[in-house]
Ligand binder design. Sequence first.
Ligand SMILES: Nc1nc2c(ncn2[C@@H]2O[C@H](COP(=O)(O)OP(=O)(O)OP(=O)(O)O)[C@@H](O)[C@H]2O)c(=O)[nH]1
Ligand SMILES: [Mg+2]
Length: 323
Amino acid sequence: MTSPGVGWASELSDPELVERFRSGDVRALARAISLVEKRDPSVRALQTELADGSRAYVVGFTGAPGTGKSTLVDALVSALRKDERSVAVIATDPNSPFTGGAILGDRIRMQRHALDPKVFIRSMGARGHLGGLSLAAREVIRLLGAFGFDPVILETVGVGQSELEVAAVADTTVVVLTPNLGDGVQMIKAGILEIADVFVVNKADLEGHHRSVTELRAMLSLSNAPGERKAWKPPIIAASAVRQEGIEELWSAIEAHRKYLTSTGKAEQLAADRLKEEAAEVAAELARDRVRRALADDPALTKRLLEAGTPYGTAEEILDRKR
Ligand SMILES: Nc1nc2c(ncn2[C@@H]2O[C@H](COP(=O)(O)OP(=O)(O)OP(=O)(O)O)[C@@H](O)[C@H]2O)c(=O)[nH]1
Ligand SMILES: [Mg+2]
């Protein structure tokens, strides 16, 4: 089957959606997010119509399974709601193919916000497309910002590459640890010390908490070369999410990092870097699409590819074609 043109439709399949979105209909937001997640052809038109350039501040939470990220986020949402702020939470689970709604555990943990229209909670599963969640996540964040949510909180289980992905999308990355951190060397290997803007040592109600904070502090000072002075030193916040302790301090640390980014011009630089990265991801998605279609439509081309045994020539040939 030959499809006309390659890429995304520049027209919306559902023009009413924009109107409903603009009028603050949360179902329109949910629908727009689904289209983005499905990589529907109307994504482009959606983004062009709906994104108004205002971007929500994005706070990423990452850390090993069970460190208390969701419980912390839940407590933070409550604190932010007291200030009348609209908050969106995206929970991503790189191990889960499920998307839409909320991961069961998170739904239970964040249940008290379920009926609050100023709180939007959504989970996104990994869809297996290259670049992982990041492209869809970036686009969803843009939609949430346009809808009026600020901040957007992103929770990701820290396994494999996922924490690096969160850091690439978030303005402030919060790394959550718990007492008995285990093998410190392991943590450094995972690159976690480098991506953290704020550390939370959660479960302060448990034994060993004090020692963990001390260990982390020592590890952080070791990881800085002697004489090196970093402009931003990630603070270590002690918290007990279940007792709602340390939550105000956590938000203050996030705000301080935000101010640091703005006052040093790093915020602008980050935004520019992210847009460039997003352009590259979009280009990759479009190119992949073109190559797959060309191969599906052209048996002679496929034959040459198989004869060559390497993909470079064929890939370049397809991308060089006039469209
Ligand atoms: N003692 C204690 N337990 C906590 C604290 N915060 C969270 N927990 C418990 O730790 C468990 C895991 O909490 P979650 O908030 O689901 O942790 P998570 O990091 O979101 O877990 P995943 O999303 O599965 O990676 C739950 O049983 C929580 O009740 C805390 O401050 N102290
Ligand atoms: Mg969780």
